[in-house]
Design a protein around this ligand. Structure first.
Ligand code: 13P
Length: 251
């Protein structure tokens, strides 16, 4: 009942020309395939290029980050309105790399989540435990606190239009993937936390992506878990063939 959603987070990769060619190949390879929502999140510098390539397709565009502020003296920042201006429909918020390298906090991600919704962007809100937290047996508590902190104060419509991405930090870019059972356990817990916050019915509508070394070889098994509704793909999203294979494995 939840439509799968697969997003490619290109991180700090691809020049304009490379981005154009990658987006073009993905568009051609996907053809008329619409059983999965597909989102491309190139770096800011390639948003316009990719936006033009996918403009008459079912592929959607997303930013990798944004400011909670609408405009003003915030050097280096990008607003929700600017992302909308480039026809973005999504924005990744609170990625673990932004938490680690740019000091993002749950409270800050919460402000951005509300600002994204206010501008009509669907936020992809990232949560996930670090290796030492998993080893200490506190994964569920960590993720629960992140979900509660990031999603507080949303109304019904906003909850329905929020995507949560569970990305265990130790699985990102390391080749180590959570087993389908490990991932499903955390996804089920995330849905239970959303249910406590907003009720069962709304929790059932929220799509929860898995991210962390997802590849064509492990995508189908992960996404076939009952509470895994798609993927947020890093490395494998930089190759059109691998990305499209993952998209097609998500149905
Ligand atoms: P990898 O797929 O490269 O592990 O990255 C996952 C990720 O961080 C997506 O946001």
């Amino acid at each position: 009942m939840r439509k799968p959603i697969v997003a490619g987070n290109w991180k700090m990769n691809k020049t304009m020309r490379e981005a154009e060619s990658l987006a073009e190949s993905i568009k051609v390879d996907l053809g008329e395939f619409t059983k999965v929502d597909v989102v491309l999140c190139p770096p800011f510098t390639a948003l316009k290029t990719v936006s033009d390539v996918i403009s008459r397709s079912a592929i959607r565009l997303g930013g990798q980050h944004m400011s909670a502020e609408p405009s003003g003296a915030f050097t280096g920042e990008i607003s929700a309105g600017m992302l909308r201006d480039l026809y973005c429909n999504y924005v990744i918020l609170g990625h673990s790399e932004r938490r680690a390298y740019a000091g993002e906090t749950d409270a800050g991600v919460n402000e951005k989540t509300l600002a994204a919704h206010a501008s009509g962007l669907k936020p992809i809100v990232c949560v996930g435990e670090k290796l030492e937290e998993r080893e200490a047996g506190i994964t569920q508590a960590v993720v629960e606190a992140q979900v509660k902190g990031c999603l507080s104060g949303l109304d019904e419509e906003q909850v329905k239009n929020t995507i949560v991405a569970y990305e265990p930090v130790w699985a990102i870019g390391t080749g180590k993937t959570a087993t389908p059972e490990m991932a499903q356990d955390v996804h089920a817990h995330i849905r239970a936390v959303v249910a406590v916050m907003f009720g069962d019915d709304l929790a059932k509508t929220v799509r929860i992506q898995y991210g962390g070394s997802m590849k064509p070889g492990n995508a189908a098994e992960l996404i076939s878990q009952p509470d895994i509704d798609g993927g947020l793909i890093g490395g494998a999203a930089l190759d059109a063939g691998s990305f499209v294979e993952i998209v097609k494995a998500a149905v």
